[in-house]
Ligand binder design. Structure first.
Ligand code: ADP
Ligand code: ADP
Ligand code: ZN
Length: 213
């Protein structure tokens, strides 16, 4: 099973991808998490990506495409994956399709999670992430049992440097301009399903699981 989660920043892609990957027994591949890992390790890709990410702009397609193509070749991706944050442009979607075609593979489902802009701003402003396993929390909507500590792995929670108002508003704008064309692209391919992302985390999880079943 190969699934893509589409949706604006803060829609709940990371939250839902993590739980879907556990329910379906497939890996969760997040382009943002991979980029932040490159940054933490100080790789060339991480250093190049940093200024784009900090401003809420997209990292150039050729860098992202290479990184994801490598990731989906790893043995743990053989059974399938949930892609979170990739593709974000039509160029990226086409490159993914070509890479899969070479192996006789396709994407099974693309789920588009929609959430209003007011709600996105509230979600991103209160987001905390586990430094170790990348699980997202929220200071009101998804509070960890112990302040500042991940329920799942005990890792330290931190706030992303791009979850500040200026970068958030850039990311929402970039999504509208560069990522919404993908909705039409996948609608035309016939494998897009729409999911209402406004409900509680558990409700969205149920809708998503039935949408991709
Ligand atoms: P969010 O969860 O808030 O949508 P992500 O963690 O997915 O954010 O992405 C953070 C940043 O990483 C983006 O603002 C962008 O700079 C970069 N990035 C992640 N995925 C991609 C991609 N597919 N193409 C280009 N840039 C990307
Ligand atoms: P994305 O990966 O799409 O940027 P996240 O999964 O990181 O989104 O979620 C953004 C923030 O919103 C996090 O703080 C998360 O805990 C919270 N969140 C996720 N889903 C919901 C929901 N259905 N209702 C309320 N808050 C949510
Ligand atoms: Zn954790």
């Amino acid at each position: 099973m190969r699934i893509i989660l589409l949706g604006p920043p803060g829609a709940g892609k990371g939250t839902q991808a993590k739980s879907m990957s556990e329910s379906l027994g497939i890996v969760h591949i997040s382009s943002g998490d991979l980029l932040r890992d490159h940054q933490a390790r100080g790789t060339e890709l991480g250093n190049t990506a940093h200024s784009y990410m900090q401003q809420g702009l997209l990292v150039p397609d050729e860098l992202i495409i290479g990184m994801i193509e490598e990731r989906i070749q790893l043995p743990d991706a053989k059974n399938g994956y949930v892609l979170d944050g990739f593709p974000r442009t039509v160029e990226q979607a086409k490159a993914l399709e070509e890479a899969l075609e070479k192996q006789g593979e396709t994407i099974d489902r693309v789920a588009n999670i929609s959430v209003s802009e007011e709600e996105l701003i509230l979600r991103l402003g209160g987001r905390w992430i586990c430094r170790q396993c990348q699980k997202p929390y929220h200071e009101v909507n998804s509070v960890p049992r112990k302040h500042g500590v991940c329920d799942d792995c005990g890792g330290e929670l931190y706030q992303r440097e791009d979850d500040v108002p200026e970068a958030v508003s850039h990311r929402i704008k970039v999504f509208a301009e560069q990522t919404t064309p993908l909705i039409r692209y996948y609608t035309e391919k016939g494998n897009l399903v729409e999911v209402d992302g406004e409900g509680r985390i558990e409700e969205v999880r149920e809708s998503l699981l039935s949408a991709v079943a």
